[in-house]
Design a protein around this ligand. Sequence first.
Ligand code: HAM
Length: 420
Amino acid sequence: MSTFKAPKGTYDLLPPDSATYLAVREAISAPLRRAGYGYVETPGFEQVELFSRGVGESTDIVTKEMYTLTTRGGDQLALRPEGTASVLRAALEANLHKAGNLPVKLWYSGSYYRYERPQAGRYRHFSQVGAEAIGAEDPALDAELIILAVDAYTSLGLTNFRLLLNSLGDKECRPAYRAALQEFLRGLDLDEDTRRRIEINPLRVLDDKRESVQRQLVGAPMLRDHLCEACKEYHERVRELLTAAGVAFEDDEKLVRGLDYYTRTTFEFVHDGLGSQSAVGGGGRYDGLSEMIGGPALPSVGWALGVDRTVLALKAEGVELQLPAPTQVYAVPLGEEARRALFGVVTELRRAGVATDFAFGGKGLKNAMKSANRSGARFALVAGERDLAEGVVQLKDLESGEQRAVALDTVVGEVLSAQG
Ligand code: HAM
């Protein structure tokens, strides 16, 4: 063992489990790629201010959870806690919104960092696959993204997830609601921290999980009753489109989310097998974010799904992904001459698209066959001096135990046809 360990709140992805993570990323991005989303990659860090302005000065993410640093040159940077602000910054910087083809649809996959209290399903380094559709206000776009997320989870074989849906209103109706909510909340018996939150971000108080707070929230004004006509109409259209697509959802008027940029449609996917960290993904519309970070008005919508929690959800449901064996053929040379000959065959097989591995390190037959079995390969190729003298190698089916000699110069074709 090394004297070093992975930092608190982080973990390593190692084979064979790491294959599941790759497959999950692939499964989440596949529906996006089929729907016109292009791949975007942004740096792992940005100016702190992008997030404090974008995600929100009063959010836990900005006040407590960002990894910030000052460079030798004096720049204030933060490891990215989320992807939306960065992706929008990148799109604006490259003027993608001016290319005349709105919405700009982008997807991404990467590592994110939040200094949170670690627990099952909550890490300081985690992985998201996300999508952002920038520059269009259209209920069909909100519905498209939600449907694509549902299709991703479904393609993985997940069933115990639920979609929570809400509308957070817009700059027309939210201020009046905010004032009404603040007035109600100021009359409650709350601690200092929560009282401060009433003044900065009263909607977050609705999200307080404590029983003592929830009890007092009965009768609080709800945004649903304060939405302007345009927001109501927009939300109704999103709901209709989801219903038409066969997507079940639960209206959750207390769904606020931990980032300040949301307007109108907001949603979260929760999985019932995960305990307290049940949110496997979330997102919504953020019509004002572009202006908040110095850009033009660009109504947009997006989501991010947590890869770590999606893997935990698969485990909770007992879903085993059908992944191709990492190795299909394992070559076992007996003696120096056979090593040279088989190593050449291994290269040829790989070039022909067959996942092939080799008994490195001069293992004896017994050990090498053990490695062949452990590798999960279907076939072993075994060759010794006598085989080579006859110009053959032994092709052994590791499932049935059958073995036959095949001519050295036809091995690749034989393996390809034996694989079926
Ligand atoms: P978020 O809800 O903060 O949204 O994160 C999305 C997902 O990332 C969560 O539902 C969860 O699965 C995963 N996640 C978040 N924090 C952690 C953690 N500490 N450990 C493990 N998994 C975690 C966003 O990040 C928004 N940018 C989503 C979005 C995109 N909104 C619009 N566009």
